[in-house]
Design a protein around this ligand. Structure first.
Ligand code: GLU
Length: 290
């Protein structure tokens, strides 16, 4: 099997040391197995994504010594594929329109109960107010949600995924109870027709033939959603490598607003690509490059 990995930043700020680590990890995993490393811009957030950040990312990644095939896919161009995937889920009866605002959801959630999580990967777990509304009622002002209980029934027996990284190798089966309790009915299309992360990432990883999704441990909670979606869409389920996160000296995970850790800033101060690798705990490039 040819290994295909990807680094898929959202161009909403300068890339920092955490991105460097993630990109190099994906790149090196593909190169070590004679595979392909793909760069993609996950630019579905049309307001915050900026061409200037894309240009900066392209320069920083090339400076780090990474190479990728052109053209680079920009996720916002995937709309027809997203529509097709949404249509398929909706034909399976697994979607419903939702008009709830954040305030509605908070009000409907009720008092927290001991041992029952109130928040999942997308914030407050949806209490199900609009569940069961027919898709025929959907208006552009509605978000579209994924009916988790029905989806889990439709997918039975539940699939799982292989974790390939050195930290947590093994097979991870989906758990119906955990997905209902900890995730719930996530949004797969935003109000106003905008693309939502979970479906976009699955549709594009499938289109691009990604065999190994490498990304930070912070996204591991979302992986069961993606595995379930891929399975229901009849797509191959990639292997995953959830890598460690790069933190600052206080232990906080780096974020795009941490400009002080931007690759660009280190470059301007005279750092070399090997300095960056060292800072994130990676060995220097060999004479052959990464
Ligand atoms: N675009 C996502 C991000 O910037 C990563 C995509 C993914 O690995 O699922 O966090």
């Amino acid at each position: 099997m040819t290994v295909v990995t990807r680094f898929a930043p959202s161009p909403t700020g300068p890339l920092h040391l955490g991105h460097a680590f993630s990109a190099i990890t994906a790149h090196d995993l593909a190169r070590a197995r004679d595979g392909t490393f793909i760069l993609r811009f996950d630019d579905i957030d049309r307001e915050r994504s900026k061409p200037a950040y894309e240009r900066m990312a392209l320069e920083d990644l090339a400076w780090l010594g990474l190479t990728w095939p052109e053209p680079v896919l920009r996720q916002h161009t995937s709309a027809p594929h997203l529509d097709a995937a949404l249509g398929r889920l909706s034909d399976l009866g697994l979607t419903y329109p939702c008009s709830c605002t954040r305030a509605d959801i908070a009000a409907a959630a009720g008092a927290p109960q001991e041992g029952v999580p109130t928040h999942g990967p997308d914030g407050r777990i949806y209490p199900g107010t609009c569940r069961g509304r027919p898709m025929a009622e959907a208006t552009p002002d509605d978000a579209i949600r994924f009916d988790m209980a029905k989806a889990l029934d439709a997918a039975a027996p539940l699939p799982g995924w292989i974790e390939t990284g050195p930290e947590r190798p093994g097979t991870y089966p989906l758990s119906r109870d955990a997905m209902l309790r900890d995730i719930g009915d996530v949004v797969i299309r935003r109000r106003g027709g905008g693309a939502a992360y979970h479906l976009s990432v699955v549709v594009d990883d499938t289109r691009q033939g990604i065999t190994h999704v490498t990304r930070g441990l912070d996204l591991m909670d979302t992986t069961p959603i993606h595995v379930l979606l891929a399975h229901l869409l009849g797509a191959p389920i990639p292997a995953y490598y959830h890598h460690r996160l790069i933190r600052d000296e206080t232990g906080k995970r780096l974020a795009k607003r941490d400009d002080a850790r931007a690759i660009r800033r280190y470059r301007d101060e005279g750092a070399t690509p090997d300095d960056i690798r060292r800072m994130v705990g990676l060995p220097p490039r060999g004479p052959e490059g990464p």
